[in-house]
Design a binder for this molecule. Structure first.
Ligand code: PGA
Length: 306
């Protein structure tokens, strides 16, 4: 067999996503270019690697075998990159991180400081929700992930680096806005705007309400912190959000945090990776930076702006 690495790379993406279109998007190629690489690979292997049933493609037995090897080869190449970057030091190399949608509010500030120290590094940042982050860790496609409470079952190395308080927000003219120590039960009379399923913020909130035996009425499910804030301002309901998403609205008095008993819900931000993963020098440096400096840096930034 005369396979090329390019063919294997294109095949790996197509087999993982089970879609020529999605593979083309991920690899920034045209769909015919993907089909051509797969066709050449099938000719080299001498067997079909995909079969089509209706509109969906599936791996054949030969396809499953080649998928296994394409992943192993991909991981070994990634490891070779890591080792070579290590020899070059932390001043060069690539950092691939994925962060929870909510962490998007502070991770760029931290990346700014880190990048000033190591201007030679290239950062690839993906912002997505908790469920997708866990999948990315399982597939070993990222160096580091930043998100809330790690799942207990997963084989993960996780370090907490900062508090993540969840608060209830309302428009400033809401009747509860001026009250103090509002009983938690009183919230049963209110309608809430909550994040989508798969969001860490949402599952923490649902757990907290359950534990306190308080019923949560969801008016609207919204897959964006920004859209929740706008909807709260428009009077569509109360918002349940991480305090980290609210700097701007609080500074401009567009939203207020309600003083509810038992609140805020205190969670933490974690930096994590798969146990046993060989971290590049750059990834190690960024992990260390988060654990040792993020909290102070961000709190100084908040003190400065408020
Ligand atoms: P999310 O993130 O609600 O944006 O998914 C927070 C978390 O991981 O807890």
């Amino acid at each position: 067999m005369h396979l090329t690495l390019r063919q294997l790379q294109v095949f790996e993406a197509t087999a993982r996503l089970l879609s020529f279109r999605k593979a083309a998007e991920e690899l920034h190629l045209s769909q015919p270019a993907v089909s051509m690489q797969i066709k050449q690979l099938e000719e080299n292997v001498g067997l079909p690697l995909f079969e089509k049933l209706g509109k969906q493609i599936y791996l054949t037995e030969a396809g499953r075998e080649i998928y296994h090897y394409s992943r192993t080869i991909g991981q070994l190449l990634g490891e070779a990159d890591t080792v070579i970057d290590g020899l070059k030091g932390a001043h060069q190399g690539r950092l691939t991180i994925a962060v929870a949608s909510t962490a998007n509010y502070f991770v760029p500030t931290l990346l700014g400081v880190f990048h000033e120290r190591f201007p030679g590094i290239t950062v690839s940042l993906d912002v997505t929700n908790r469920e997708t982050l866990l999948q990315q860790l399982t597939e070993n496609v990222v160096d580091l992930v930043v998100m809330g409470q790690p799942p207990k079952t997963a084989d993960l190395n996780a370090g907490a680096f900062m508090e993540n308080p969840l608060v209830i927000v309302a428009p400033p003219d809401h009747p509860l806005a001026t009250q103090s120590n509002i009983p938690f039960k009183r919230l049963e009379d209110e309608v809430f705007l909550t994040r989508e399923r798969g969001s860490g913020t949402r599952s923490a909130i649902e757990r907290f309400f359950n534990q306190h035996d308080v019923q949560l009425t969801t008016g609207m499910e919204i897959a964006s912190n920004e859209a929740i804030k706008q909807s709260v301002r428009a009077g569509l309901g109360l918002g349940l959000l991480s305090r980290d998403t609210l700097d701007m609205e609080l500074a401009l008095d567009k939203l207020v945090i309600l003083d509810v008993e038992d609140f805020p819900i205190v969670r933490h931000w974690y930096v994590m990776h798969r146990k046993g993963k060989r971290l590049s020098v750059v990834a190690q440096a960024f992990k260390q930076f988060l654990l040792e400096e993020a909290n102070d840096l961000l709190h100084k930034a908040v003190a400065h702006t408020s």
